[in-house]
Design a protein around this ligand. Structure first.
Ligand SMILES: Nc1nc2c(ncn2[C@@H]2O[C@H](COP(=O)(O)OP(=O)(O)OP(=O)(O)O)[C@@H](O)[C@H]2O)c(=O)[nH]1
Ligand SMILES: [Mg+2]
Length: 272
């Protein structure tokens, strides 16, 4: 019996070891012999590589895909004239747009980055479908307001803005929002500051009525994003995106042959 048992044990010791074991042991040994500062260095380097990979993945999948600058707003605000001025600097007679137009736009900075400028129709019956088509590609949204008749249009402007600012895709991507208070060449034009204040007031009211209407309909008040911060009066700084109010004039002060006054808008586009 003993002989049998010893015999079996001998057989067991003959089973070959894991071929990687000597290498692993030698690496562990080397690591043990190393200075702890060196080990920390290795760990920091590894962490840096991992963080870089995560950032690269984020930028490659999100930012580079979103390269559109959308011109949106109500009818007659001046989107198409602004589109022409930004692209060629030239004045153009326009008609109500019934479809989108797009063109590459080279921003005025040292890098000369190229975005796709897209002019969307402002008519209420066309607005939703074009917004749906381009919203996910937006890197920036230029919301064109007719400052000369703003008082009359404030409710409609706020309603359209409300749709944009509570949209799940837009809130997730948070494209820069440039509020272009256009037609500043007209004497009656309201200032960017006043337009901002009135829109904040109007959006505040709209937020209450809209969420009440939604919850009484089907209890789906949470279907779109809540505008601003709950329990606080709405202001633009509560939004997830960067917002700027800019005064401009696509026509300019010197008539149809003169230059536009859009330098501030161009500077903001250069910073995207
Ligand atoms: N005085 C003045 N008129 C402007 C200015 N910008 C645009 N306009 C005029 O406003 C009118 C409407 O301009 P469009 O560029 O066609 O407006 P839009 O926003 O594209 O309108 P839709 O295509 O209908 O959505 C045109 O007669 C323009 O010449 C401006 O800064 N000042
Ligand atoms: Mg147009």
């Amino acid at each position: 019996m003993e002989a049998d048992i010893t015999g079996k044990m001998e057989e067991k010791t003959e089973i070959p070891e894991n071929p990687l074991e000597p290498y692993i042991e030698s690496i562990l040994q080397q690591l043990e012999d190393q200075d702890p500062v060196f080990l920390i260095g290795v760990l920091v380097a590894l962490a840096a590589i991992i963080i870089t990979c995560v950032f690269l993945k984020y930028f490659l999948t999100s930012k580079t895909v979103r390269s559109a600058v959308l011109l949106v707003g109500l009818c007659d605000g001046g989107k198409t004239l602004l589109f022409s001025r930004l692209l060629s600097g030239k004045f153009k007679r326009t008609q109500t747009s019934i479809t989108d137009s797009s063109a590459p736009y080279k921003v005025k900075n040292d890098r000369g980055t190229i975005w796709t400028l897209i002019d969307l129709p402002g008519h209420d019956s066309l607005r939703p479908q074009y917004l749906e088509k381009f919203k996910s590609a937006a890197r920036a949204i230029v919301f064109v307001v007719d400052s000369a008749i703003f008082q009359k249009e404030v409710r409609d402007v706020a309603e359209f803005l409300y749709v944009l600012l509570t949209d799940t895709v837009i809130c997730r991507n948070a494209p820069t929002l440039l509020m272009a208070c256009n037609k500043q060449d007209i004497t009656m034009a309201k200032s960017a500051k006043l337009i901002q204040q009135q829109l904040e007031k109007e959006l505040n009211t709209l937020r209450v009525t809209r969420s009440a209407a939604l919850s009484s309909q089907d209890g789906s008040a949470g279907a779109s994003v809540y505008l601003g911060k709950k329990g606080k009066d709405f202001d633009f700084s509560q939004l997830p995106m960067k917002v700027e109010f800019i005064e401009c004039s696509a026509r300019g002060t010197k008539g149809d042959d003169g230059e536009a006054d859009i330098q501030r808008l161009e500077r903001s586009l250069a910073k995207l």
